[in-house]
Design a protein. Structure first.
Length: 239
């Protein structure tokens, strides 16, 4: 079955695990889930847990979410315009929240084949939660080949939807940097209204995001990813 899929991975996750203790791991991963929950919260509503804490109310969410290791997948059950709008909005939110505030990521939103299998054995302690389909491989390859922290809207989505104001508000045509070339794609904006005044602060936040929690290594490919990300932010000034 074809559906809309957003696939992104965390940059520097191996260093983050290697160079920090388990207490920090847990805290950062919980913060990551909070950012993604906020991106998936279409209604903006919250619910109160038994301990009094308020969390995002995802009861009626349109977009599903799964995470394994350094990979995050969002997907829709079908391929309607409503579902596309929901995953477009969630992807946009994840992109600027994670890259600007929490953990650098790179990824893609595409339309392709994806199947999921979920099963929990009645005896307990036996669970299957797996994904398969050509879309998973295509999404992985498109994400892994990028040389920045960012996401883009793959042309495959236009098999089902047309470019509209919602897309143009959240994406902009840009020569996305890949490892071997650049390609004109609709890149997700890093927030709205980037100005010369805000550029310095936001670019500083992005660099700190790359370096935070001992993720940084002094290697050319990582420096290039950071430079390419800041170059895109500069491109967004007043656009």
């Amino acid at each position: 079955m074809k559906r809309f899929i957003t696939y992104f991975d965390l940059l520097g996750y191996r260093n983050f695990l290697t160079n920090n203790n388990s207490e920090l791991h847990q805290r950062v991963i919980i913060q990551m889930y909070t950012q993604i929950d906020s991106a998936l919260n279409e209604t903006g509503k919250f619910k109160q847990l038994s301990n009094g804490v308020f969390v995002n109310d995802l009861t009626n969410k349109t977009v599903s979410f799964a995470n394994y290791s350094d990979t995050i997948i969002l997907w829709t059950e079908g391929d309607s315009q409503v579902e596309f709008d929901s995953i477009l909005n969630a992807t946009y939110e994840c992109n600027w929240r994670m890259n600007g505030l929490h953990f650098p990521v790179r990824g893609v939103l595409l339309y392709d084949e994806l199947f999921d299998m979920n099963y929990s054995g009645p005896e307990g302690g036996y669970h299957i939660n797996t994904f398969y389909g050509k879309g998973l491989i295509n999404a992985h390859d498109r994400a892994e080949s990028q040389q920045w922290a960012g996401m883009f809207l793959d042309k495959s989505v236009f098999d089902k939807v047309t470019i509209d104001d919602n897309i143009l508000h959240k994406c902009i045509e840009y020569s996305v940097p890949f490892k071997t070339h650049k390609s004109k794609e609709l890149a997700f904006r890093l927030g709205q209204n980037v100005s010369e005044e805000s550029f310095k602060n936001v670019s500083k936040n992005i660099e700190e995001n790359f370096r935070r929690h001992n993720k940084w290594e002094d290697i050319p490919s990582l420096k290039e990813k950071l430079k390419n990300t800041v170059d895109f932010l500069e491109f967004l000034i007043n656009k």
